[in-house]
Design a protein around this ligand. Structure first.
Ligand code: ASP
Length: 439
C-alpha cells in the first residue's frame, strides 16, 4: 500500500484515553510509519487547548504579570498524561528549560510550539516510535515564508533514517535557528509536508469528525458525508467557511499528488472523506457541497458607459488597494459593477472609501448594501448537467429568498449567490433540499 502518514489533531491527543486510540490505529497497519501530532486540545467543552494556554502564558510574561500558576497548570496537564501513559520523557527538565526561556525573554512562537513538542515526545514514547524534532527540518525564510524545496529535502533525508517516527506539527525554524510557527491549525501543514517528503501513498488526517459534510450540520439536519472531493472543490468550500483542514495543507499534498483522507479517531471504522486531484465523485449528486460566509458589504457602482471607459477597473481597484482592502468578488453588468468586500475591512472607513471612489473614479450612483451573506454551491459535475442553475434559483425562489447577487467562476464548479443575512440559513437549507433531497 505504501507509506501512510497519519496526522492527529488536538482532540485526538487531548488525554491518555485518546492517545490509546492513536496507538491502536497506528498498530492496525504497519504502513503507518510516520505520525504527526498537534498539541493537546480540549477534553470537554469548557476545557482549554494547550496552545491557547501557551499564548496566554506568553502574554503574561510579556506584560510582566505573574505567570507561575499558569505554567503550573500546563505542566500538570502534561505530567498527568505522562503518568497515565506510564512513560518518562523528562518533563521536569523540559519545563525547567521552558521557564529558563521565559526568564531570558522568549518569543510567542517558541512557547506556542512547546505544546506540539511535548505531545510528540509523549506519543513517541508511548507507541514506541522514534521522536524527530521538526526544528531545523521545516524551514522558513527570514520573512517567515515556508521554504518548500529545502523543507522537503531536509525532511526526506531525516525520515529515511527512521523506520517509524512521531513528529511535532505546527513549527519549524527561521534562518537564525529560532522557532517559527504556522498560523493556527498549522499542524495540518506539517502533516502534508511530511507526507510529501515520505512519498506517502495517502496523507491521513485524523480528527473528531468522519470527514466533510455536504453542509453545515448546525444549519442542515444530518447532512450527507462527502466521500470524495477534488482539491479544487475543497479549496472553494474551505474558502467559503467549511473548515476541517488548514487551507494551506492542501497545496503540498496536491503538488505531490497525494490524496488526503480525513478520518475520525473516535470512529476509525468510518472511511471518511478522500480529497484528491481526480474527480472521483460517484455519489450521483450534482453538487459536492454547500458553504457560506456572513458579513459582507456590497458596494454597487453605476456609471454610464463604464464598460467602454479605458482603465476604469484599474482606477477602481487602485482605490481599494490604497485602503488595503481585498475584494472577494466583482460581479459586473454593462454599466454597473459590484464590489463584494468582507465587512471587517470597512468597519471605520466605509464613508472614506466611497468618497475616494467618487473622487478618483467617478460614478453616477453608488449604492451600499450591508448584511449580505454569500453562499457557494460547489460541484465539479455542475458544468456538465443541464438545468443546475435553474434548479438552484428555483429552490431559492420557492423558499422566498431574494437573490441580491450572482457570481459564477469560469471553472463552472461553483455558483455563488449573495443573499440578505437574515435569509442565510433558509437559503442553504433550500439548496440542500433541492439537490440532495430532504432527510
Ligand atoms: N496547536 C496549534 C493550534 O491549536 C496547531 C494545530 O493544532 O494544528 O492552532
Amino acid at each position: 500500500m505504501g507509506v501512510l502518514v497519519a496526522k492527529f489533531g488536538g482532540s485526538s491527543v487531548a488525554d491518555g484515553i485518546q492517545i490509546r486510540k492513536i496507538r491502536s490505529i497506528v498498530e492496525s497497519s504497519a504502513d503507518r510509519r510516520f505520525v504527526v501530532v498537534s498539541a493537546p486540545g480540549k477534553r470537554f467543552d469548557e476545557d482549554s487547548k494547550i496552545t491557547d494556554l501557551l499564548y496566554l502564558l506568553y502574554s503574561h510574561a510579556e506584560h510582566k504579570v505573574p505567570y507561575e500558576q499558569l505554567l503550573q497548570v500546563i505542566k500538570e496537564r502534561f505530567l498527568g498524561m505522562e503518568s497515565d501513559l506510564g512513560v518518562d520523557i523528562g518533563l521536569v527538565n523540559e519545563f525547567s528549560e521552558i521557564e529558563e526561556q521565559i526568564k531570558t525573554g522568549t518569543t510567542a512562537d517558541y512557547l506556542a510550539s512547546r505544546g506540539e513538542h511535548l505531545s510528540a515526545k509523549l506519543i513517541a514514547a508511548f507507541i514506541g516510535y522514534d521522536f524527530i524534532d521538526t526544528k531545523g527540518l521545516v524551514q522558513f525564510d527570514k520573512k517567515g515564508r515556508l521554504l518548500y524545496a529545502e523543507t522537503d529535502e531536509a525532511l526526506g533525508a531525516e525520515l529515511a533514517k527512521h523506520k517509524n517516527a512521531v513528529l511535532p506539527g505546527f513549527y519549524g525554524t527561521l534562518p537564525d535557528g529560532s522557532v517559527k510557527t504556522f498560523t493556527r491549525g498549522g499542524s495540518d501543514i506539517t502533516g502534508a509536508l511530511v507526507a510529501r517528503a515520505a512519498k506517502a501513498s495517502t496523507y491521513e488526517n485524523w480528527t473528531d469528525v468522519s470527514g466533510f459534510l455536504m453542509a453545515d450540520p448546525r444549519i442542515v439536519k444530518s447532512p450527507k458525508a462527502i466521500k470524495t472531493i477534488s482539491y479544487k472543490e475543497l479549496r472553494e468550500l474551505s474558502y467559503m467557511g467549511a473548515s476541517v483542514l488548514h487551507e494551506n495543507a492542501i497545496y503540498p499534498a496536491r503538488l505531490a499528488g497525494i490524496p488526503i483522507n480525513i478520518r475520525n479517531t473516535n470512529k476509525p471504522e468510518d472511511e471518511g472523506t478522500i480529497i484528491s486531484g481526480d474527480d472521483l465523485n460517484t455519489s450521483g449528486d450534482t453538487i459536492t457541497g454547500i458553504a457560506g460566509n456572513k458579513d459582507y458589504t456590497v458596494i454597487g457602482i453605476y456609471k454610464n458607459m463604464m464598460s467602454s471607459e479605458v482603465g476604469f477597473f484599474k482606477r477602481l481597484l487602485a482605490v481599494l488597494e490604497e485602503h488595503n482592502i481585498p475584494v472577494e468578488h466583482l460581479p459586473s453588468g454593462i454599466d454597473t459593477i459590484s464590489l463584494v468586500i468582507s465587512s471587517k475591512y470597512l468597519e471605520d472607513n466605509l464613508a472614506e472609501v466611497i468618497e475616494d471612489i467618487e473622487r478618483k473614479v467617478g460614478s453616477d450612483d453608488i449604492e451600499v448594501s450591508e448584511n449580505i451573506s454569500l453562499i457557494a454551491t460547489v460541484g465539479a459535475h455542475m458544468a456538465d448537467r443541464r438545468g443546475t442553475a435553474a434548479e438552484l434559483f428555483t429552490a431559492l425562489y420557492e423558499a422566498g429568498v431574494n437573490v441580491r447577487m450572482i457570481d459564477q467562476g469560469s471553472s463552472e464548479m461553483n455558483i455563488i449567490v449573495g443573499v440578505e443575512t437574515k435569509d442565510f440559513e433558509t437559503a442553504i437549507r433550500a439548496i440542500y433540499d433541492k439537490f440532495v433531497g430532504k432527510v
